[in-house]
Write a protein that binds this ligand. Structure first.
Ligand code: ZN
Length: 488
């Protein structure tokens, strides 16, 4: 099957230009100058040659033509931070790999990297096998895994090497938060970082000082402060900044493995990352749409139990300090390299409700996997980031950061034909009534989006077109990953 995507503007990290894309089977076969451009240059050329006949490009033989006139043609989104079916707080994230990956496709994301989990006392390889079992045959788009390390001991350290060498899992997430669940102490973190420095693996860090936070949480509950907003007030941004700094120092002592801060939310933390990067260190960070658009006061502090929808960690930050502005600046300067979602949806009914009367029992997470491309495109519309930077932060850089490039993250000959046709002239209104995530509310309810995902191809197959989903569970394959391509 050969597919020609014609008439669109191809956007990549190097720029935007009118380009046709020929897909053959599952991969990109060629990038072609559009017939009109060829014709024009031929007419302008003195003398001409066989190719400059004035008739434009030779006809391209294709079984299917997708008209992208007036639209952007971008590489499919790569969301490197999702938690499908994650067990948390006595329940599990409400999207399965089937529903969550389909919702991702609807939103123009064609690869997810989810987190397999080893809890304290469990065996790493068994955790990875359990996540493979959940995802296999279920995904509408391609997927990979990071490994959450909930217990760094000798066996886990050995497993890190084996996962890098044999399983295509090259990144390991550690938690400075959640004592008793995922928490690693500084000694465990140092040992894992040393191991990563040897193997080239990436350490992903949830940087919040969980021991201090637990004290503040207990004090708040003892005072009777039980509403959702206290989730945010007991996790101050200073404790994200502190943990970010501590992790950065530990990585330096450990020999500078690639260190990637997940869901960076606070100016203090960004300052640490900027300084480390200015010093030439292997330090990187992502942020998520919720920290760019939502706030502690307006959302987490919404009346009644409404704020429960916005409980995630790190929490939404105050709008009385310039956190969000700083994050947008970080995206421009590349101190924030990636936008991911930390997609971890919990329904209000029977899930978020577990924390009525005790904010500490509200399952942590916001569902965004369907909306990332749209939400970050709004930064282009408002002039905060360039068109290229949109593609870079949502597709190209995450692919390179986690060893998926150039198979993913770029439209180039030989790359997987994961392609989104994006219509900048259409509009979308986000609502739980129309989204495709398995979630009974939306943190983005009523958000007006300038732009719309028009057509989505996953490895050459059309999975979304004309408002219809034509993908299927099981089309998506596991993608083993190489090392980060940003190693110094
Ligand atoms: Zn997460």
């Amino acid at each position: 099957m050969r597919t020609l995507i014609t008439g669109g503007t191809l956007v990549g990290p190097l720029g935007a230009a009118p380009t046709d894309v020929l897909v053959d089977g599952e991969t990109v076969a060629a990038l072609l100058a559009p017939p009109a451009a060829l014709g024009a240059s031929a007419r302008g050329a003195a003398g001409g040659g066989p190719a400059a006949s004035g008739a434009g490009r030779p006809a391209v033989d294709a079984d299917r033509v997708i008209d992208a006139t007036g639209k952007y043609v971008i590489p499919g989104g790569v969301d490197v931070h999702t938690h499908m079916e994650l067990p948390f707080g006595g329940t599990a994230a409400s999207d399965t790999f089937a529903t969550g990956s389909a919702a991702a496709a609807w939103g123009g994301t064609t690869t997810i990297v989810d987190f397999a989990v080893q809890r304290t006392g469990e065996v790493v390889e068994e955790g990875l096998a359990a996540w493979h079992a959940k995802a296999e045959g279920q995904c509408a788009i391609d997927y990979g895994f990071h490994m959450i390390m909930g217990g760094v001991d000798e066996a886990a350290l050995k497993a890190m090497d084996s996962l890098v060498a044999h399983e295509g899992v090259t990144s390991f997430k550690l938690f400075m938060a959640y004592p008793g669940v995922f928490f690693s102490d500084d000694g465990q973190i140092l040992r894992a970082m040393q191991r990563a420095a040897d193997s080239g693996a990436t350490i992903m860090m949830h940087a919040e000082n969980g021991l201090a936070i637990d004290v503040l949480v207990a004090q708040a509950l003892a005072r009777g402060d039980t509403d959702p907003i206290h989730h945010g007030l007991t996790r101050p941004s200073a404790l994200e900044g502190e943990a970010t700094h501590r992790a950065s120092v530990l990585a330096q002592v450990a020999g500078n493995p690639p260190l990637y801060f997940v869901h960076l939310s606070a100016s203090e933390a960004l300052g640490v990352v900027s300084a480390a990067r200015a010093a030439g260190r292997n330090v990187f960070a992502e942020t998520c749409p919720q920290y760019l658009y939502l706030s502690l006061e307006e959302h987490l502090g919404a009346p009644g139990f409404e704020g429960a929808k916005y409980v995630a960690s790190p929490p939404l930050r105050t709008n009385t300090a310039p956190h969000a502005d700083d994050l947008w600046r970080g995206l421009r300067t590349d101190d924030l390299a990636v936008v991911s979602t930390d997609h971890c949806p919990f329904c209000l009914k029977e899930q978020k409700e577990l924390g009525r009367g005790d904010f500490s029992k509200i399952p942590n997470g916001i569902g965004t996997v369907e909306h990332r491309i749209d939400l970050i495109y709004q930064g282009v519309v408002t002039g905060k980031i360039s068109l290229q930077r949109w593609v870079e932060t949502c597709a190209t850089t995450p692919a390179r950061m986690f060893g998926l490039y150039p198979r993913k993250g770029v439209i180039a000959p030989g790359s997987d034909a994961d392609i989104v046709v994006y219509d900048p002239n259409a509009t979308t209104t986000i609502s739980a009534a129309t989204h495709h995530m398995n979630l009974d509310h939306s943190a983005w309810e009523g958000f007006e989006i300038a732009g719309k995902v028009d057509t989505v191809l996953s490895r050459g197959s059309v999975v979304v077109s004309g408002g219809q989903f034509s993908g299927r569970a099981g089309h998506g394959r596991y993608v083993p990953r190489g090392l980060s391509q940003y190693l110094r």
